[in-house]
Design a protein around this ligand. Structure first.
Ligand code: G3P
Ligand code: CA
Length: 338
């Protein structure tokens, strides 16, 4: 189970009434369309099972500026790229009889979840699993790649980005997200020390490194601010998180915000795309960049007035002034910049 859909539903409901007012602090100029960063969301999750070597590689080949690993921990404290610490949605763990006894129910960030959890597996055990498409009803073509790919460590994602950079002749950035950081700290497997250590050993904890670090939580970002020299992105899902005061506070530790798309442009009650909420303007006035999530081509992910018009939808957001787009279809997000 995932907490994000519930967050999105709430954001959708609240975004329609979001009107933000903020006085200038240090304004960020609006990005030209050509400058909008394209972040390969979980790689190129629209085309390949998420967080696999195939997904990340395709994203880079399609022109993404960054690839985005969500990070959780193994039992032995290794960061691995998975959207959830529960494994049954995105791997074949349920088909492994040797792990049947590990199925359990836990409360993760307020949600009861039944399944298999990364923190109950060593890295060596996780490596025996294979990834599969996490949304097979939405993306049946991607199931052709089920069973082909291992779970990647964060280090392997960095090494892959470096290899792809050499192959493509341009630097592929990384955009890691800490998933459930308070939960992992509570079970003695904090994500942040391994994150900092891995960036350090790869020479990526420095100004100018092509790295963003993101989190839905703020306490860990504030702590990371003291240890990292790369920009931080505060993910937000609720308009109440981006009041003028909150934006000013976020600007004390973060480079930018990562809002749900409905917080940037209203999705009206009938499901159509409405008017700008003013969030981009107000975030820029607070000195914050805006990297919105998540753009995906399927009509289920589009407003009613943009069905089958994904490029026009992307361009509406580019015109609204976003600085970055988390995209499941990075090829289309890159093309829409032109
Ligand atoms: O990190 C930005 C976006 O990816 C947040 O949503 O749930 O896909 O990690 P999620
Ligand atoms: Ca993410």
């Amino acid at each position: 189970m995932d907490t994000i859909p519930a967050m999105r539903t709430r954001a959708l409901a609240l975004a329609t009434s979001a009107v933000l007012l903020l006085q200038p602090v240090v304004a960020v100029p609006a990005a030209a369309h050509s400058d909008v960063l394209v972040i390969g969301h979980r790689g190129a999750a629209g085309y390949r099972p998420e967080h696999t070597v195939a997904s990340y590689s395709l994203a880079a080949q399609m022109g993404a500026d960054y690839i985005e690993p969500d990070l959780v921990s193994t039992k032995d404290g290794v960061l691995v790229a998975r959207h959830e610490n529960e494994l049954s949605t995105s791997t074949d763990v349920a088909a492994h009889p040797e792990f049947a006894g590990r199925q359990t129910t836990k409360n993760i960030d307020g949600w009861d979840m039944t399944g298999w959890f990364t923190e109950d597996f060593t890295l060596a055990e996780l490596k025996t699993l294979r990834a599969r498409e996490s949304q097979p009803e939405l993306r049946p073509a991607n199931t052709a790649y089920d069973g082909r790919y291992q779970i990647l460590t964060f280090q392997e994602v960095i090494s892959l980005a470096q290899r792809l950079s050499r192959q493509l002749g341009r630097e592929i950035g990384i955009y890691p997200e800490t998933k459930h950081p308070s939960y992992f700290a509570s079970i003695g497997l904090p994500l942040e020390p391994a994150l900092v250590r891995t960036l350090n050993v790869n020479g990526l904890n420095r100004r100018g490194a092509k790295v963003f670090v993101q989190s839905f939580e703020s306490d860990n970002l504030k702590a990371l601010k003291k240890q990292l020299r790369v920009p931080l992105i505060q993910l937000v899902w609720d308009p109440a998180q981006v009041t003028p005061d909150k934006l000013r506070e976020i600007a004390t530790y973060a480079y930018g915000i990562g809002p749900h798309v409905t917080m940037v442009i209203n999705w009206t009650e009938d499901g159509s795309l409405g008017a700008s909420t003013g969030l981009v303007r107000n975030a820029h006035r607070a000195g914050l960049a805006v990297h919105a999530y998540t753009f995906a081509v399927e009509n289920q992910n589009l407003p009613t007035n943009y069905q089958n018009r994904f490029t026009a939808y992307l361009k509406a957001y580019y015109r609204a002034g976003i600085d970055g787009a988390f995209a499941d279809n990075p090829d289309l997000a890159v093309a829409a910049r032109r």
